[in-house]
Design a protein around this ligand. Sequence first.
Ligand code: GLN
Length: 217
Amino acid sequence: MTSTLRDESVDAGEQAPAGPRVGVLALQGDFREHAHVLAGLGASVSLVRRPEELAEIDGLVIPGGESSVIDKLARLFGVAEPLREAIAAGLPVYGTCAGLIMLADSVLDAIEGQQSFGGLDVVVRRNAFGSQNQSFETELDIPALGAAPVRAAFIRGPVVESVGPDATALARLDDGRVVAVEQGNLLGTSFHPEITGEHRFHEYFLGKVRARIRSLV
Ligand code: GLN
């Protein structure tokens, strides 16, 4: 099993890139799409499946996919508990869709026994928009990311049903439902910027990663 994307033409050149080291949790889901976006933004990207790989990164992206499967595999690979500790210690983490579910402190409509990593003081509801064929795209105004609207793809995504005092809503649908949140070094979106050519969330996240690196030196 490979732990780096360097042989998979994600990095632009032969030399090791100087950008922040960002891992993508690669147990299941659309981790490759995230890896390509991050590498395109200058990050040094690695795939993370094992606990020891967490020590080699400055930030982590948890992709979309199926949260109950990511949960099971994370426990099987022994990465769930170390990741919880890393999140508590301040590791910047960005979760999209299933990744947001994994970051939520509380998950509604989970399957029996399903666990999240937690960290975000929010309650999310899985599959809040119905089935796969009720997937949709829309444009969101997200002032934190600039004036241009964000193109957002929802694929059996969760909704943030409540935002606790430690977290902040970043984006809402027209009906007021929250679909993006942040809390310190954690960022979560119900939708998938990695598949619509929208890179501002990843840039925003890399800003958190760089700030964290500066704070540690
Ligand atoms: N419905 C999925 C889950 O519960 C999330 C879908 C997605 O990540 N696109 O994990």
